[in-house]
Design a protein around this ligand. Structure first.
Ligand SMILES: Cc1cc2nc3c(=O)[nH]c(=O)nc-3n(C[C@H](O)[C@H](O)[C@H](O)COP(=O)(O)OP(=O)(O)OC[C@H]3O[C@@H](n4cnc5c(N)ncnc54)[C@H](O)[C@@H]3O)c2cc1C
Length: 496
């Protein structure tokens, strides 16, 4: 009889792991708190509009392709490369910067702003590339059995990168560019990790290589949720089963073996192996009651910012906008220093707008546009009361209207808002922190909650809060890493 694996959570990490395991002969079943699969990679359908709930684009598309090849499955969704990658506008400035992968074309955007931009960018990207190539396969795509293993792995990385370990992203970027525009635009990618360029390590400038040189950014034809639907359909063909609206609250174990997980109604789910796709730190604290993850210890960890996301359907088209647009203010340094903790930053918010219907006609009724706004905000540790949500959204819509020369409020026919409170409640995200644990030095690699349990030998973890970290490609790599552990474990059991 094939080994039974129960997966708690149907985020991308859980779904991808389930697919690989079911292709390797495991009997896979999922338990999900919500009524639909996908976790943060989700969609909202309302008033004839379809919106991506969270992730709206991704890098490293080859990670998906390699993973599906490993599963022996044809790509069940179609990627669309973004060109330009995105656009950036500063408040009070009519100019919009279009960010192209073609560095010559990109340099044209900075003419008269950053002298010799092209050469500076090429020099900067050469370093980003070296960082990427010297760490990606060695550190990011690797399991660590213990701290010694992690340190030994780090020692294999070329020592020329040591100086970068000691700098912030911002310091690194300011060494390469002199204008505020180039510095702010190139360092924006640090926000994609849920913190700011001022507290993100310069080592993550490897992301500039992935965005501008290596692979760029991608969308999915028909909307990002097609990734989830494609994976679920493959899983169903492989015999995997799903149980929705069921939240795991407790466990039962015998010695060092997990025997069952228990939902809020007291139902027990037995299995040979368990894989947890719920947040790896939170599950250890709130479900397994581990001291190292007590409420006090969780609060001492460094978490990423919250997101105020809103989903706006408008009657009318916005042909002048790119699909991905960033709207920045004029006080970048002050804003970035305060955004994680100070709700006053929302007086002059920075935000991102995704025109989902631009390349996906089916996401909006004819003559309409579906807009997805993401505004970085303090998470619930620093702002608990969100009764001012409508006021903040109104002020952003007003600012957006001025900047694009349209009267957006008068065009709105559909409006949905998620504050960090909704993000917390829907997906069990700690204090509504959008990307979970931050990627500071002491919370990555061997320091991140491991993808195997410290005490229960048949419990493993997958997803953003275990290794390697946040983002869709990382969730897929995390699935690969967790499955390697599960397969090794199952083989070891067979040999006994
Ligand atoms: C607003 C926003 C925008 C983002 N944009 C991007 C982007 O553009 N590109 C990108 O690459 N990444 C982006 N991300 C990050 C990306 O969404 C995540 O890194 C990724 O989706 C995490 O996947 P995961 O597998 O870790 O699990 P999750 O998506 O967190 O799924 C975990 C699942 O477990 C379920 N669950 C939790 N606890 C329990 C329980 N006790 N019992 C049962 N089920 C449980 C949850 O309901 C959820 O379905 C964004 C995130 C946010 C919030």
């Amino acid at each position: 009889m094939n080994k039974k694996v129960t997966i708690i959570g149907t985020g991308l990490g859980g779904l991808a792991s389930g697919l690989l395991l079911s292709k390797r002969g495991f009997q896979v079943s999922f338990i999900e708190k919500n009524s639909e699969p996908g976790g943060r990679l989700n969609r909202i359908r309302k008033d004839g509009f379809t919106f991506d709930t969270g992730p709206s684009f991704f890098s490293m598309s080859y990670v998906f392709k390699e993973f599906l090849d490993k599963c022996g499955v044809e790509m069940p969704f179609e990627f669309v490369e973004l060109d330009p990658l995105y656009s950036v506008n500063f408040r009070g400035d009519d100019k919009t910067y279009h960010l192209y992968k073609d560095i010559k074309r990109l340099a044209e955007q900075f003419e008269g702003v950053e002298p010799d931009f092209e050469n500076k960018m090429r020099r900067y990207l050469k370093k980003s590339r070296a960082l990427f190539e010297d760490t990606f396969d060695i550190v990011i795509r690797n399991n660590f059995d213990n701290m010694f293993d992690y340190i030994t792995t780090l020692m294999q990385v070329n020592p020329r990168h040591i100086p970068v370990l000691l700098k912030t992203f911002w310091q690194h970027v300011t060494e390469h560019f002199s204008s505020k525009e180039a510095r702010q635009i190139i360092s924006l990618v640090a926000f994609f990790l849920g913190r700011t360029p001022f507290d993100t390590m310069a080592i993550y400038s490897l992301l500039s290589h992935t965005e501008f040189c290596h692979d760029g950014y991608y969308n999915v034809k028909g909307g990002m949720y097609n990734i989830v639907q494609g994976l679920v359909s493959e899983l169903e063909k492989s015999g995997a089963t799903f149980r929705f609206d069921t939240e795991i609250k407790d466990v039962s174990f015998s010695g060092d073996k997990l025997t069952a997980v228990i939902d809020r109604e007291g139902n027990r789910y037995e299995s040979d192996i368990f894989l947890c796709n719920a947040d790896a730190a939170l599950f250890r604290g709130r479900v397994l009651h581990r001291k190292a993850y007590s409420e006090q210890k969780l609060a001492q960890k460094e978490w990423t910012m919250g997101y105020l996301t809103f989903y706006i359907g408008i009657k009318g088209k916005l042909p002048r906008l790119d699909q991905h647009n960033y709207y920045l203010g004029t006080n970048y340094e002050e804003y970035a220093h305060n955004i994680l903790k100070d709700p006053d930053t929302l007086q002059k918010p920075y935000y991102y707008v995704n025109v989902i219907s631009k390349h996906n006609d089916s996401c909006a009724p004819e003559g309409c546009e579906s807009l997805f706004f993401v505004c970085p905000v303090p998470n619930l540790q620093y702002k608990k009361d969100w009764s001012d949500r409508d006021e903040i959204v109104d002020s952003i819509l007003e600012d957006f209207s001025k900047r694009i020369g349209e009267d957006i409020p008068s065009m709105v026919v559909s409006r949905t808002i998620y504050t960090p409170k909704e993000w917390e409640e829907r997906f069990n995200l700690y204090q509504g922190s959008g990307l979970g644990l931050s990627h500071k030095m002491m919370q990555i690699g061997g320091f991140r909650p491991a993808n195997f349990d410290e005490k229960l030998f048949n419990l493993f973890y997958v997803g953003a809060s275990t290794i390697p970290g946040a983002g869709l490609p990382m969730a897929v790599i995390s699935a690969d890493l967790a499955c390697r552990r599960i397969e090794a474990f199952a083989n070891e059991q067979k040999g006994k």
